[in-house]
Write a protein that binds this ligand. Structure first.
Ligand code: GDP
Length: 477
């Protein structure tokens, strides 16, 4: 599963098996339909239940979206601290936070939570979301309006906020029942504490469900823990009979590059990747301090790609490859903040022939030097690069990187993941093929809500496992 070879061909199906809603203006977002020119079809078919739930969600979003009658009413209630039992629309607001890869994963997580709880997802546009992503819901925006009354509080939302669910739990008296507030802040950032983590308990969800407005700040793909909640179990089973397709389907439903970003993707693809017999993606993300490039990382990339037969070795003694027939053309897309790895690998395949006769071209779209989360063009390029990586046939990614998770998930690819180097040494083996195309939840709770004690949440069910690249993380398989 997850390979090109067995991905279901839906090339002619513009709407990806019903995943994408009809009724958009094609020119305003070319990527939505043009993506099939380059992208493979989906890896597997979305369940008919998922498709019907998405259409139902779209209807709810249309009814409750920005400036609808229901929206205006619930915003008024929010301003006056008035709680109306009858309010038909409930919301979850995703607050823009963290690097782009993280944001894509958290947005998908929050959307799934909205789907499960019949809430409408509204997206804080932050500084760059509008320039990066097309609207995914027909006819009505998913962006939170700029006059939303709590907008100015977003930067200050933290565990110390009075409306923070964890803090409310800490302060609550044991005897009085908790008052339902007009809004709640859910702190699901990696540094969250035991009380914040009770978000993942059914009992707490029963209370949270009563609150009309939820504001969520998170930098984690928290989907795996939703799969451990009994109240969501049946629904998730019906939505995703194949559990490793959650991000793949939700990602392809939600994230369509804007025309600007699509220009970056399509021009690059046509210039460097389209004519190859095989496309390989190598995503290098180094979390060590210091700028690099590092020799041990370079060694690791080569060790992995040669050992796993992703790239062919070069013959350092030969001048001309003695291959019969037409050589295979491999295009390798490398992404990294630094240009050092790319230059060395590119030169290697220029200076020496391969032992197989393959012709190998190495390409890297940008080398931005360092992370610049607030810069517009920087993130447009980062998004284009994640998307380009998703269009490859074989993918190598770096441990711990959400940038790589996005690429593998959108592409429906099971990557080879480079183990994290320790103390400046490349691990042996250098990489491993992942169990599934799903992203890893880096900071999951280890709590048994029923027994009210700690537990290994990676050992409860067969479809939620510890990740290959982070022993305490959780992923769906
Ligand atoms: P993570 O830190 O690897 O989990 O990924 P994030 O996307 O959340 O944050 C890293 C940010 O650094 C990205 O959003 C980019 O802005 C930048 N970045 C990291 N690696 C690359 C890369 O290979 N290419 C580009 N263009 N930007 C990168």
């Amino acid at each position: 599963q997850g390979d090109t070879s067995d991905s279901v061909e839906l090339q002619k199906d513009k709407l990806l098996g019903g995943l994408i809603a009809d009724g958009f203006d094609e020119r305003s977002c070319r990527s939505r339909y043009d993506s099939l020119k380059y992208a493979k079809g989906l890896s597997g078919n979305p369940s008919s239940y998922l498709v019907s739930r998405l259409r139902k969600y779209e209807a709810l979003h249309k009814k409750c979206g920005p400036y609808t009658e229901s929206y205006n009413k619930t915003v008024r209630d929010l301003m006056y601290g008035h709680l109306s039992e009858s309010s038909t629309c409930k919301y979850v607001v995703w607050v823009s936070y963290s690097g782009l890869g993280n944001r894509i994963l958290t947005l998908a997580s929050t959307f799934l939570y909205a789907l499960l709880t019949d809430r409408v997802l509204l997206v804080d546009p932050g500084v760059d979301m509008v320039d990066l992503f097309c609207e995914p819901i027909p006819h009505v925006s998913w962006f939170l309006p700029s006059d939303f009354p709590l907008n100015r509080q977003f930067p200050d939302l933290s565990q110390k906020s009075d409306q923070c669910y964890g803090k409310i739990l800490k302060n609550k008296s044991t005897t009085d029942p908790m008052v339902v507030p007009s809004f709640l802040y859910l702190h699901l950032v990696h540094d969250y504490d035991d009380q914040d983590k009770l978000f993942f308990c059914d009992e707490d969800q029963t209370f949270i469900q009563k609150v009309p407005w939820l504001l969520v700040k998170t930098d984690n793909y928290f989907v795996p823990s939703l799969f451990l909640m009994p109240s969501f179990e049946q629904e998730l089973n019906d939505l995703f009979p194949n559990k490793e397709t959650v991000f793949h389907f939700l990602g392809r439903y939600l994230f369509h590059p804007t025309n600007k970003v699509w220009g970056f993707v399509s021009r690059y693809y046509q210039a460097y990747l389209a004519n190859a017999d095989e496309r390989v993606g190598i995503q290098i993300r180094v979390f060590d301090t210091g700028t690099g490039p590092f020799q041990h990382v370079l060694d690791q990339i080569l060790a992995c790609t040669l050992k796993e037969n992703i790239l062919s070795d070069v013959n350092r003694k030969g001048d001309i490859a003695n291959s019969s027939g037409k050589p295979k053309l491999k295009a390798v897309l490398m992404t990294s903040l630094s240009s050092g790895y790319f230059e060395t690998v590119r030169d290697m395949y220029w200076e020496y022939p391969t032992v197989t006769g393959d012709i190998v071209g190495i390409y890297q779209p940008s080398h931005e030097g360092y992370q610049q989360t607030e810069k517009q063009l920087h993130n447009q390029k980062a998004w284009a690069e994640m998307y380009l990586l998703s269009l490859t046939d074989k993918l190598v990614t770096s441990s711990w990187s959400t940038f790589g998770y996005v690429a593998q998930g959108l592409g429906g690819l099971k990557p080879w993941i480079l183990y994290k180097p320790e103390n400046g040494t490349a691990p042996d083996p250098p990489c491993q093929r992942t169990m599934s195309m799903e992203p890893c939840f880096h900071a999951p709770p280890f709590y048994d809500c029923k027994a009210k004690r700690g537990t290994d949440t990676g050992a409860l069910v067969s479809h939620v496992r510890h990740c290959e690249d982070m022993s305490w993380g959780l992923k769906l398989v």
